[in-house]
Design a protein around this ligand. Structure first.
Ligand SMILES: [Zn+2]
Length: 257
């Protein structure tokens, strides 16, 4: 058993996460309830991805799910959570990747997409085209002098090279989000923050924002429930957009859900 403790980004609450080896499909356990992280169970994508289950919800699952995607762990693990939000830790998936290191990659054979799919929302788009391998191209465009247009392609960048990219945000948004009761657990320790014209703290990579967007996309695509081959491209991604694509794929794979 491996245990990780931390606070939730939005709730500020302390949470304990325990990883137990277990037979069958990967699932979460909250209280007595066990459930699989699947796109059709998502109940909110406003600032993070929230999974609903009978009588409760579990927020900010995306960075832990991204680490599971990177490691290829789809089976053999039970994730027990004592709390309502997965801890933010350092704002990236780095510590989740470390916590998962004792557990082997396991899962069904990756499946093929039968046809191209595309989801568009405002000026954002997420596409998936059938291909022999998995690849992800992520682009973002922010009107900020330290961000602008950024692009990252995996491969050649390895998925594991996305893991330490942190959540990012803007100083001017902080007050507005706090007023909504969000980001109670946020600090300069667990996010890359931008002031009006500059970095408010030190970036880990100059393209850390697009790396983090790609990481978020992996976490949300994990909600398909099994590995999928295809050429994925996400422009100006958001949890709402990624989850909509994951839902489309899931419906085609399991039309009875
Ligand atoms: Zn994120």
């Amino acid at each position: 058993m491996v245990e990780v403790r931390g606070v939730g980004l939005h709730s500020g609450d302390k949470t304990i996460v325990r990883f137990h080896p277990a037979e069958g499909a990967l699932r979460f356990r909250v209280g007595k309830l066990e459930f699989r992280p699947l796109a059709h169970s998502v109940t909110d994508t406003t600032r993070c991805t929230v999974l609903g289950f009978e009588g409760g919800s579990l927020a900010t699952v995306e960075h832990l799910l991204a680490a599971l995607f990177i490691r290829g762990i789809w089976e053999g693990l039970l994730i027990e959570v004592k709390g309502v939000e997965i801890p933010i830790l350092d704002g990236s998936a780095k510590e989740w990747l470390e916590a998962l290191s004792p557990f082997p990659s396991a899962g069904p054979k990756p499946i093929q997409l039968g046809e191209p799919l595309e989801v568009t929302q405002d000026r954002s788009s997420a596409k998936a085209v059938p291909a022999e391998t998995f690849s992800l191209l992520t682009t973002i465009a922010f009107p900020h002098p330290k961000i602008g247009y950024q692009q990252i392609a995996c491969p050649p960048i390895g998925l594991a090279d996305l893991a330490s990219a942190r959540t990012f945000g803007f100083l001017h948004e902080v007050e507005a989000l706090r007023a909504q009761g969000l980001i109670r657990g946020a600090s300069l320790e667990n996010a890359l923050v931008f002031s009006q014209h500059d970095f408010a703290n030190t970036p880990r990579f100059l393209d850390e924002p697009v790396r983090h967007k790609a990481l978020d996309a992996l976490g949300d695509l994990y909600l398909v429930g099994q590995p999928v081959l295809g050429r994925f491209a996400v422009h100006r991604g958001s949890h709402r957009l990624h989850v909509a694509l994951a839902q489309q794929i899931q419906i085609r794979l399991e039309p009875n859900l």
